[in-house]
Design a protein around this ligand. Structure first.
Ligand SMILES: NC(=[NH2+])NCCC[C@H](N)C(=O)O
Length: 308
């Protein structure tokens, strides 16, 4: 449970480019999602949000249901948290907390508009989460926006800072979840959460190395050096793909769920043996989020299966 800076040296055996013929294996996941029945853009806390652009709430729900169905069709389990009126961003479930090894730490939000979501997600993790073997550690003390800024690669927790989650929060998460944390600093306000700039495609397990995709322009040069060292074979996404939130993706190790608009990412993923699954979330995009933002992964304790 340390903060790793500078980075660990990359494994000497890591290939420069992942072999094209590699067999990608999906592992069943459990996700938490929140239907966007109260979704709207009534305040602007990131550059994507414009209160003068109307939102089609009905369409948002239909698109969200299609994402949920896409997960379920590929063998994943989706739990649903009850949306609360007056919390239009609650649909972005990734921000509600972080769950690693069956232990859950609920978020503490930056902006007052979203602060009540922390308690709502904590309550779900403590009660419903417990039915799936999740142990709630309560709500964070320091400002952290859950999986928006905290991405588990199977070995370390990649932790974003610069806009929302603080460095103090990285230390708190490292201590409370007992994981190693690698701090990454974000510099472009369009990519205000780490999950808008980086996606974990393969989670490390056994001798399988973690794989990621990221947009280099979102990071300080120091953080970019950390990424290049840790993940020499990463997909470096284009600005065009990043600008449609193409990095805001969910992967099960084989299927990668992401906006259908990120055409360059789709091609790069296919080339690496992944199966991109195009998702249209045009309405939730107006709030500054896409696929990953809507999805909180509930990772079970080691040795525990994801129960249906
Ligand atoms: N995981 C994410 N990046 N979530 C998107 C959150 C969007 C929300 N409107 C906010 O600015 O907080």
């Amino acid at each position: 449970m340390t903060l790793l800076t500078p980075p660990l040296p990359a494994a000497a055996t890591a290939p420069a480019v992942a072999p094209r013929s590699v067999e990608r294996t999906a592992t069943p996941r459990r996700y938490l999602m929140c239907p966007p029945v109260h979704f709207d853009v009534v305040y602007a806390i990131n550059p994507w949000m414009d209160v003068s652009v109307p939102v089609d709430a009905g369409l948002a729900v239909v698109q969200w249901q299609a994402l949920k169905a896409a997960y379920e069709a590929r063998g994943h389990t989706v739990d649903v948290i009850r949306p609360e009126p007056g919390l239009p961003d609650m649909v972005y479930a990734a921000n509600g907390g972080i769950v690693v090894g069956g232990q859950a730490l609920a978020a503490r939000f930056t902006f007052p508009e979203r602060q009540p979501e922390g308690a709502a997600y904590e309550a779900w993790l403590r009660t419903s989460g417990a039915q799936h073997g999740v142990v709630s550690l309560g709500q964070a003390v320091e400002r952290n926006e859950g999986e928006g800024d905290l991405l588990w690669d199977g070995e370390v927790l990649l932790a974003g800072t610069g806009f929302r989650t603080t460095r103090e929060a990285h230390a708190e998460v490292a201590a409370r979840l007992d994981v190693d944390v690698v701090t990454l600093e974000l510099v472009d306000p369009r990519f205000y959460h780490l999950d808008t700039a980086l996606a974990v495609l393969t989670t490390a397990s056994g001798d399988r190395r973690p794989e990621v995709a990221y947009f280099p322009g979102a990071f300080t040069s120091e953080s970019l050096a950390v990424l290049r060292e840790r993940y020499p074979d990463a997909i470096e996404a284009t600005e065009d793909d990043a600008a449609v939130l193409g990095l805001n993706a969910v992967s099960d190790g084989r299927h990668v769920f992401l906006t259908q608009r990120a055409t360059g990412m789709h091609a790069a993923l296919r080339e690496r043996g992944y199966e991109p699954v195009g998702i249209d979330l045009s309405e939730l995009f107006k709030g500054g989020g896409s696929v990953k933002c809507c999805t909180l992964e509930l990772r079970p304790a080691p040795g525990t299966e994801v129960a249906a």
